[in-house]
Design a protein around this ligand. Structure first.
Ligand code: WT7
Length: 634
């Protein structure tokens, strides 16, 4: 485990990653188990959106996340699972037990015809079998595509079609707070649209009644029983080329349908590991609790691959922070004596609002490091976390990164480099950020905001968007040639600390979930009677951003009373409950320029309630439109 332990070491590492990147990464990569070594550390060409790390090397990530720990740490707990309902008992799996389960799951996949390179879709709740299924795919070289449980059947179908998946693993249902989400039934609806699935493997969790189609749908536990009869305990890990895809994860951008972000086998592993051990200053006895859902990149990198690659004990929590009450997260911290807690501003703000009584009787003294991710953390939430949860003695890391970056790019290193409330602070070694203005000129002055780009490749960078490399180049490598575009704005202070100010493209960040406005508008426009719509964000005390939709409808079809709720229902059906607008305003027309472009800037100001700074509307096709909208804000 190569760890930076002092600020001097950070500066040395950063300089080395700049001046001698080959040697720098070679040393880090040498700690892993490889089947054969690389011939070249890195090669990249941002004009083509092309990155290759550890060329010609072969490996299997599961040997690094599991097998290599067995000799000395086989009896160490790898996964602690805490169920949704506190009255149900949890499960712990040692590395030995995890190994057996992953091998069995790999055997199940093989038996059902899954081969290297095949795409396997996982639509499951937060149960150990989800991690096991991911690792089982990785073991046999299948590419997993995890879909978050808050997405609709239509969203699943879109992802299945794009990835041409052959197998789905799902659950009968998932518990979330007081709700049961009927996952298998949602999958069944998706499969009405996409029919190229060979097998649906179902894990029983909620005992929700499910329809099982003969020949296609099978129970995970029946498959396990068969294997146990046959006595299969081991599946040879598939040798993977460094650049073979490990997984696809769909994420929203400013245009069209979600993109399948593809991550590699070797570079992703090295990056998830390096960032995990350094940012959180992981020590071998630490219990690590990341509250994200495995359906997002945070869960992939910091519940599954990062911690397991380091031989850590990682917690999977099935529930939500507020059920049965707002003390649930603190219960989990207390129960397992958690050392590292990695969570999201939206969760912190929710728990902050619930008051102090929810943790006054909980023992949080085990906590050593606190982390935040997903959206800017406001100073109030930062200080609350510091004072009430960290008791002033736990460093807080504000980690900035994206689905496309594979792991953390800008963050302080816990207790090693200084924190600054509401700043992600400084880049990790190997990360060279640059701020550009609208015209692509570099901003070198301090205390100015610009658009955040990255100058050079790093091991965890997105390799392509599945089946459409052109889209990858367009989205990330074309805004200003030669740079990776993050889509974020950032302020930089005189000490080089970055404060991420939020997306500068048409992407919303609602409770840390990324939602593309184009995708959302498409869904709204599919609703009967809708002519057109424009979606913008407004500041939301808990969610960070809320969704405000301005919708133009055909007169005869709508009444203000019930139509907005019907539109919400359509969004929920087409994208999923996570994309539901918070506010819908039916308007006569949208503000447009004479050339027909919707003036989102004006709508944003209206949604933000900043009516004084709307600015000049005289260039609009019809300035009266704005007055009408302002009079009827919701
Ligand atoms: C977007 C990426 C990275 C895992 C979770 C979200 C925003 C992320 C921070 C932070 C301010 C942040 C950015 C980024 N974001 N972390 N620490 N401070 N903003 O992954 O869904 O790919 O979203 O989340 O806007 O671009 P994602």
């Amino acid at each position: 485990m190569i760890q930076i332990k002092t600020i001097e070491e950070y500066h040395l590492a950063y300089q080395k990653s700049k001046n001698n990147p080959n040697e720098f990464w070679e040393e880090i990569a040498s700690e892993f188990v490889w089947k054969s070594k690389w011939t070249q550390v890195m090669e990249y060409d941002f004009l083509k959106g092309h990155s290759v790390w550890f060329k010609d090397a072969q490996l299997n990530i599961t040997e690094n996340c599991i097998d290599r720990h067995l000799a000395h740490n086989g009896t160490k707990i790898a996964i602690v699972w805490e169920p949704n309902n506190p009255s149900e008992s949890g499960i712990s799996l040692t590395y030995n037990e995890l190994s057996l389960k992953v091998n069995q799951a790999a055997a199940i996949l093989k038996k059902n015809g899954v081969k290297k390179g095949d795409r396997v879709c996982l639509y499951m709740g937060m149960i150990p079998e989800l991690s096991i299924a991911m690792l089982a795919c990785a073991r046999i070289g299948a590419i997993h595509s995890v879909i978050f449980g808050g997405f609709s059947a239509q969203s699943i179908a879109d992802r299945l079609i794009d990835a041409q998946a052959s197998v789905i693993i799902t659950c009968d249902g998932a518990f979330r707070g007081d709700k049961v989400i009927p996952l298998k039934s949602v999958v069944d609806d998706a499969l009405n649209t996409y029919q190229l699935i060979d097998k649906v493997i179902v894990v029983a969790r909620t005992h929700t009644p499910v329809s099982m189609i003969k020949g296609r749908d099978i129970w995970w536990k029946d498959e396990l029983q068969e294997l146990e009869k046959e006595g299969i305990l081991f599946v040879e890990p598939e040798p993977m080329d460094a650049e073979d895809p490990l997984f696809i994860l769909y994420t929203s951008g400013s245009t069209g349908k979600p993109k399948g972000v593809v991550h590699s086998s070797a570079g992703y592993m090295v990056w998830a590991h390096y960032t995990f051990v350094n940012v959180f200053q992981y020590e071998s006895q630490y219990k690590h609790f990341c509250t994200a859902d495995i359906g997002w990149i945070t869960g992939h990198s910091y519940i599954v691959y990062g911690p397991l690659s380091a031989g850590a004990t990682t917690v999977i929590f099935e529930g939500v922070p507020t059920w049965p009450d707002a003390g649930r997260l603190w219960d989990v911290v207390d129960k397992y004596q958690i050392d590292i807690l990695y969570t999201a501003p939206t969760a912190i703000r929710t728990l902050m609002g619930a008051g102090l009584s929810f943790f006054s009787d909980k023992n949080l003294n085990s906590l050593k490091i606190l982390g935040s991710v997903g959206e800017p953390i406001n100073e109030e939430a930062w200080h609350w976390l510091d004072t009430h949860i960290g008791k002033g003695r736990c460093p807080i890391v504000d980690t900035w990164w994206q689905t496309e970056t594979g792991g953390i790019l800008i963050s302080n290193l816990a207790g090693v480099t200084p924190s600054k409330p509401s700043f992600a602070t400084i880049p990790l070694p190997g990360i060279f950020p640059i701020l550009l203005d609208e015209n692509g000129h570099e901003i070198t002055e301090a205390n100015i905001t610009g658009h955040l780009y990255i100058k050079q490749s790093w091991p965890g960078i997105i390799r392509t968007t599945y089946n459409n490399h052109h889209r990858c180049v367009e989205a990330y490598f074309s805004t200003h040639k030669g740079y990776y575009f993050t889509g974020d704005g950032s302020f930089r202070d005189e000490n080089g600390n970055y404060r991420i100010t939020g997306r500068v493209d048409d992407v919303l960040n609602v409770s840390g979930h990324r939602i593309g406005t184009a995708e959302l508008e498409n869904a709204i426009n599919s609703h009967a009677g809708v002519i057109e719509s424009a979606v913008v964000a407004f500041p939301h005390a808990i969610k960070g951003q809320g969704i405000y939709a301005f919708v133009v409808v055909e007169d005869s079809q709508f009444t203000q009373e019930h139509s907005p709720l019907d539109i919400v229902a359509t969004v929920s059906r087409l994208i999923g409950p996570i994309a539901k607008p918070d506010k819908i305003q039916i308007v006569k027309a949208l503000p447009k320029t004479r050339s027909g472009k919707i003036m989102r800037r004006i709508l944003r100001k209206i949604a933000e309630g900043e009516l004084d700074s709307i600015g000049d509307t005289s260039t609009l096709l019809d300035p009266k439109v704005v007055e009408e909208i302002i009079q009827n804000v919701v």
